[in-house]
Design a protein around this ligand. Structure first.
Ligand SMILES: [Zn+2]
Length: 302
């Protein structure tokens, strides 16, 4: 190994150490939006020239980890630092983009799938509570049924709920309970798979990866159902999905019965969509393919 290479290696090591120290200092002292601060753990392994970035922990690198041989999928694109997959990052993105930061905000996350370091970091960002219904896969802080939420009225500022509602038998009861526990002006970021245009019961018994039964395959009409419970509701998408809906085209094909992308796009109405990420941001954070990234932003009137 030549002196030049050794020099470059030691310079890079020094740069990494400085970058990590800076992240540690900011993490301890920053009074700004702590949701977008880089974790010291994210700084430590960052590849500075990387074209991918985790918006949960701040890690930057050349590629997210491939899951089951798939690069672009809502369930793929694993971040080695915080454990987020693409849909986790999109839900987090929707929260940080749509809801102003308040370190005192009471935030409930239902069944977060990221490991314990994520929960610790979240607790250092907001007043954080994680819950779960079925504790066989995830260990939450409290056990909680969305149909009978064991929390007082108007007690939460934010709820982050990733891929949970489709596993709840009574959608209306869950939405009515969510409305009850939200403070006026509170926000629910509700993420579910939207595999076709109109909500339906699965034709065949359907389970997701963790063997949880799927009661509903939701469609675009979920927004109307949410509004019927008193919330204002925006359907959050990326620019690529909006553009395809506006053009009346479907530039994607999807293998497998878990999604009918042609039907989804045939029933899509761009005028009902709110764009929260450019195509560049979607690529950077892994919100692709675009038709798998839909989140409903429900606001309780203040
Ligand atoms: Zn991460």
């Amino acid at each position: 190994m030549g002196d030049g290479v050794r020099l470059a290696d030691s310079a890079l090591l020094a740069l990494h150490k400085a970058h990590t120290r800076l992240a540690e200092q900011r993490w301890k002292r920053s009074t700004g939006d702590r949701r977008t601060l880089t974790w010291p753990e994210g700084a430590l392994t960052t590849q500075f020239t990387g074209k991918r970035k985790c918006n949960v922990c701040g890690w930057r690198g050349h590629a997210f980890e491939v899951v089951n041989g798939i690069v672009e999928h809502s369930e793929a694109g694993l971040c080695a630092v915080c454990g987020s997959i693409s849909r986790d990052r999109y839900l987090y993105w929707c929260w940080t983009r749509r809801v102003p930061y308040d370190p005192r905000a009471r935030v409930l996350e239902t069944s977060p799938r990221m490991p314990s370091l994520y929960r610790e970091r979240m607790a250092e960002r907001v007043d954080y509570l994680a819950s779960d219904y079925d504790e066989s896969m995830h260990r939450g802080v409290v056990r909680l049924d969305l149909q009978a939420i064991d929390l007082p009225d108007a007690s939460l500022d934010v709820v982050l709920t990733p891929h949970v509602l489709e596993h709840v038998p009574d959608t209306d009861q869950a939405l009515s309970e969510l409305f009850r526990v939200m403070k006026p002006g509170g926000h629910v970021l509700l993420q579910v798979p939207v595999p076709q245009a109109v909500t339906k019961v699965p034709d065949e018994p359907e389970y997701h990866g963790d063997m949880t039964f799927v009661y509903f395959r939701f469609g675009w009409d979920l927004a109307e159902k949410i509004r019927a419970h008193g919330f204002a509701c925006d359907t959050l998408v990326t620019q690529e999905l909006y553009d395809a809906a506006a053009a009346g085209t479907c530039p994607w094909t999807h293998e497998g019965a878990d999604c009918d992308v042609e039907d989804l796009l045939a029933g899509a109405d761009a005028s009902t969509m709110t764009v929260v990420a450019t195509a560049e941001q979607a690529l950077l954070h892994g919100f692709r393919p675009a038709y798998q990234f839909v989140t409903f932003h429900c606001r309780k009137p203040g």
